[in-house]
Design a protein around this ligand. Sequence first.
Ligand SMILES: [Zn+2]
Length: 462
Amino acid sequence: MNDLSSALAHFESHRTAHLNSLKELVRIPSVSFPGFDPAPLKKSAAAVSELLKKNGLTDVRILDTGGHPSVFAQWTEAAGKPTVLLYAHHDVQPTGREELWASPPFEPAERNGRLYGRGVSDDKGGAILHIAAIGSYLKSGGRLPVNVKVLIEGEEEVGSTNLNKLLLQHRELFSADIVVIADSENFDSGVPSLTASLRGIVTVNVEVRSLSSSVHSGTWGGPLPDPVIALSKMLASLLDDQGRPAIRGLFDKVRPLSTREKADLAGLPFNEDIYRKQSNIADGVQIIGGEESVYEKMWNLPSIAVNVIEASSRKQASNIVNDCVYARVGIRIVPDMDPSETLELLENHLLKHAPWGVKVKIEAENPSRWWKTDTNGKVFEAARAALEKGYEKKPAVVGAGGSIPFVQTITEALGGAPALLFGVGDPYSAAHSENESLLITDWEKACKSMIHLLSGLSLDGL
Ligand SMILES: [Zn+2]
């Protein structure tokens, strides 16, 4: 048997042990939110570190981040082979409403092929995925096909506050050629999925004022410009009649999809009923934005949302012309849109559409950049092949409409190293919600894929 088959065989005969390790981690209530006891984070970092040692790693460290601890480990004896950094996190979200859980959140329970408990899929299942893959090699053949570094973070659910500092502080320790991030979910149960892109965002806070104080709408209404109507005109001009963003120049820098990317998108099954249900769109309301598929619109094209409008309030509704109105407007950006240029286009558009000389004040928030990996490179090919072998099904290549700040943080700190994003959950995992769960067979398939991937990444010329 070669190293790969021995590792796969070792996993087969030890999967219950790895599942039990996952259960052991889930029993630790490592909620990283402020106001929660920080002690369990120390306990879960220690438990992760013990599991890494138990699975054959000797250089294992708990890193003090200034916040909750992260765990680092490495095995670097594969001379001449690439170095792969494996990322997951051991902190979890709060439980939400505990009375809604069918079994207690920190007591893992198996029902109908799923494992229930806080963190089973987000992201303790991801941590065990890495640990199981490493152990399967080290415990069967004593070596790994590539150099491996492991980072199990303790603060992902609170925005990875100290991650950038940590990566810079230990630049040498974390240096790697490829990053594998196990913290996203599959497109559907049993469908392995690689996340190839994340949108960025630019946000502005707009204030429109036409009076120095609100006045009686009966006494004064008529000649005075109502700032709420002025802002409504400005906001309405952001989309055309088809619901497509109408800011001039907004699409100029949008990178056209490659033939491969178009094929990946076209390969995704679309079911309007499921989409309507999952997106919470009300009955009879149209899907807007033009001819492109909903996935292209969510992942590969810019979109605009007005998050807040505030003038008077429903509670204090009275017959007035408001003095001013406030709105928060965000644009999701995609490759190759430049955040500051987008900001400028948005500001100019709003100013240009402000009627009647109303006073407009616009303040921008810090933008976040989009992220995209090369889906044509050898690394991505290796990931496609590994997932197909582990799941015995062709992987879906998906995007994420939102941003995951730590992905940019890690890849930038590693000098733009290619990153592979996949995970162990599925759309029924209810990550961040009550009754979080994990489809156990998918988790096992993900573990096998990870074993294949480590071998796939050891090929020369990567
Ligand atoms: Zn997560």
